[in-house]
Design a binder for this molecule. Structure first.
Ligand code: GLU
Length: 471
């Protein structure tokens, strides 16, 4: 049978990084084996599932580029099929109606807890015949003896004793099927060969295998992927920072960087850190996924992101940067060519948000000088070079980098100063801080008018400072 995997999120919130990593591993497994990838929305929990969440998940999958060959399928549209299977199980006496009242179940549970036993249903209704029109749930008749062996692709063999599993509810009193039943029916109908999911589902697996076996079907292969921890070793949550995939987009992370980062969380290939999607498909093997949980490391994500920003096509980065400039109320149309700005900044930013911040000065005057930079570079000694640069720039005919560079050289020579004594004050004057791309392109892209205006501002600052220190 050709490989088929699925990603089966419950739409009760955004897609978080743990879910995204599971989605990625399943996707890689399908792609590696030339198989198919299914997206299934497990929306049977009507109270907690929302359309917003479904849209958020679909949007995140698209942003990540995890394309699916089939789906999205919605479980809420498959109730007839689930009921068909439940009826089959009932008819074959593999399931039965149970009318135990809440109070009985509560008392049973309490007694078991007191005796320090694992809480489980005691099979009270197993032999009863309860009419279909009486309020009831349907329970699966779990085999009383023997054990279920899960040959997990990540965790190895796991053995579950049947006498530790109870008769689980497969249809609630309101007629809705439960998770373990719907998953089994779907995995079966959709021809899933490999179930790759979070290890919070490990304990469901023997139950699902038992239902499949009762139906006379071969279970798929299973792989349970360990969870992601925060930097303090506890389960990754909002407390540790962003957990939603789309939040990372907002923070200016590229999708390929997030995927590259996520694949390395729990999987490795030698000491390699950087993988294109094609390389991941080639090298990934679900069996190499680590059993132990891995901790999220934001610094590393930023490092990987910087790598992808640096090596990406500037036209694409420009398109992605634009909304981040928009967040700063900057319309990139009102200034230098954004692609040129990207080319100059590609080496300098770890995220697109950072790139927008350090590029704002190209489009509008900075609010204030960076204090440290101004203290260091805008002092009395900078007055004369700035004044001279200003005069020459005002008279400069061709406003282009090479010529502007010459202006800086000429001023330095005429005052017998090192280049830096001219270029640094000039940079702080034009940019507001001590770091920017080369002074020549910076001047060119900022434009004559803004350069002159900002040099004036720097001169005023120096004058004020000199006056104050004289007073
Ligand atoms: N819907 C389940 C979840 O979001 C996943 C079920 C599965 O993969 O079997 O946790």
């Amino acid at each position: 049978m050709s490989t088929k995997t699925r990603f089966a999120p419950s739409p009760t919130g955004y897609l978080h990084v743990g879910g995204a990593r599971t989605a990625l591993f399943s996707w890689l497994h399908a792609r590696k084996h030339g198989g198919k990838y299914v997206l299934r929305i497990e929306d049977t929990d009507l109270e907690r599932s929302t359309t917003e969440s479904i849209n958020a998940i679909l949007e995140a999958m698209t942003w990540l580029g995890l394309d699916y060959d089939e789906g999205p399928f919605y479980q809420t549209r498959r109730f007839d099929r689930y009921n068909e299977i439940i009826d089959e199980l009932l008819n074959k006496k593999l399931a039965y109606r149970c009318s135990c009242p809440r109070e009985r179940l509560d008392a049973l549970r309490e007694g078991q807890m007191q005796r320090k036993e694992k809480p489980r249903y005691d099979g009270h209704c197993r032999g009863k015949s309860i009419a279909a029109d009486e309020p009831h749930v349907i329970r699966f008749r779990n085999p009383p003896e023997g054990s279920v062996i899960v040959d997990d692709q990540v965790r190895g063999k796991i053995v579950f004793r049947n006498d530790e599993l109870d008769d689980l509810i497969i249809r609630r009193t309101d007629g809705s099927p439960t998770y373990n039943l719907t998953v089994v029916v779907d995995d079966l109908d959709m021809g899933i060969t490999d179930v790759i999911r979070g290890d919070d589902h490990v304990n469901n697996t023997p139950r699902q295998i038992n239902i499949l076996t009762a139906l006379g079907k071969e279970p798929p292969r299973y792989a349970h992927v360990p969870m992601i921890l925060g930097d303090d070793g506890s389960r990754l949550s909002k407390r540790h920072g962003a957990v939603s995939v789309m939040e990372y987009r907002k923070q200016g992370i590229l999708p390929e960087a997030l995927l590259n980062y996520l694949v390395r969380l729990g999987w490795s290939h030698g000491d390699d850190e950087l993988f294109t999607l094609d390389q991941m498909v080639e090298l990934f093997d679900i069996k190499d996924v680590n059993k132990a949980a891995s901790a999220f490391n934001t610094e590393k994500l930023l490092w990987i992101n910087q790598h992808y920003i640096k090596s990406a096509d500037p036209v694409r980065i420009a398109r992605l940067l634009s909304p981040h400039l928009g967040d700063l109320d900057i319309d990139p149309v009102s200034g230098p060519d954004i692609v040129e700005v990207v080319r100059q900044q590609q080496e300098r930013a770890r995220t697109l948000v950072e790139m927008a911040e350090i590029s704002a000065f190209f489009y509008r005057d900075y609010e204030d000088f960076d204090e440290k930079a101004a203290k260091k570079h805008l002092k009395a000694a900078a007055r004369e070079p700035l004044q001279q640069v200003k005069e020459r720039l005002a008279a400069q005919e061709d406003w282009e980098a090479e010529k502007l560079h010459q202006v800086v050289i000429d001023v330095a020579e005429s005052l017998d100063l090192k280049m830096g004594k001219v270029a640094q004050p000039l940079r702080v004057a034009v940019v507001g801080r001590a770091a920017s791309p080369g002074i020549d392109v910076t001047l060119e892209l900022v434009g004559r008018e803004a350069c002159l205006r900002r040099i004036d501002r720097a001169l005023q600052y120096i004058n004020k400072r000199v006056e104050e220190s004289a007073a």
